[in-house]
Design a protein around this ligand. Structure first.
Ligand SMILES: Cc1cc2nc3c(=O)[nH]c(=O)nc-3n(C[C@H](O)[C@H](O)[C@H](O)COP(=O)(O)O)c2cc1C
Length: 184
């Protein structure tokens, strides 16, 4: 198997990060991998925000847990509690992919998140795509968090990816080959 396929097959969602900060080189490699993503008509409808401000990540985590704890449906809250009580799993870096909301932008930002995850794995880092990072941005403190992250005007949450040194890992999910049809 070539290195690219190996990276794709080995990647898994990491939910347990060590405190170790990413190096400048690692951050720049993830940022460049984001920018290398394809996008519809090459519009590049994203802005990539490399968040390494641990206090900000922790505040967003606490706000998210607060919102989840007050939700009518407690399943999200309980799932996070069962995973250690941290929505962002103590990650030292959150790559926030802000999105301009144009046609296909959500798809394009999803592709960015996969590029980041694969690049992280290829660098020996753990990562997890994190849709839940939208929760604190949608709450009462959302605008203040967006200001602190310097979201460009008019941009909204696209997707986020948490990255860092994995404290513990897991096996990649099983391939479900029943989900493929070969025609011809
Ligand atoms: C769009 C998207 C959003 C996700 N959001 C979260 C999240 O908020 N928290 C989390 O722990 N995992 C999240 N995941 C990771 C999935 O749960 C994970 O990819 C899936 O369970 C398969 O596991 P694997 O990535 O280890 O193969 C997300 C994945 C995607 C693609």
């Amino acid at each position: 198997m070539n290195e690219t396929l190996k990276t794709i097959m080995e990647r898994y969602s990491c939910r347990d990060f060590a405190d170790t900060p990413l190096t400048r080189g690692q951050l720049e490699a993830l940022a460049d991998a984001s920018l290398a993503s394809p996008s519809a008509m090459n519009r590049q409808p994203w802005h990539i925000i490399m968040v390494t401000d641990k206090a900000l990540i922790e505040e967003m985590d606490a706000e998210c847990m607060d919102i989840l704890s007050k939700a009518e449906d407690k399943s999200g809250y309980e799932r996070i509690l069962s995973r250690g009580g941290k929505v962002f799993y103590n990650a030292p870096c959150m790559v926030m992919v802000a999105c301009d909301g144009s046609d296909w932008a959500a798809m394009d930002c999803g592709i960015v998140s996969q590029n980041i995850s694969l690049a992280a794995h290829s660098l020996g880092l753990g990562s997890v795509i994190c849709g839940m990072a939208d929760i604190p941005l949608s709450g009462a403190r959302g605008n203040s968090f967006k200001e602190r992250m310097r979201f460009p005007d008019g941009y909204r949450f696209g997707i986020a990816v948490l990255a860092g040194t994995a404290k513990s890992g897991k096996e990649p999910h099983e391939l479900d080959r029943g989900k493929v049809t070969y025609v011809g």
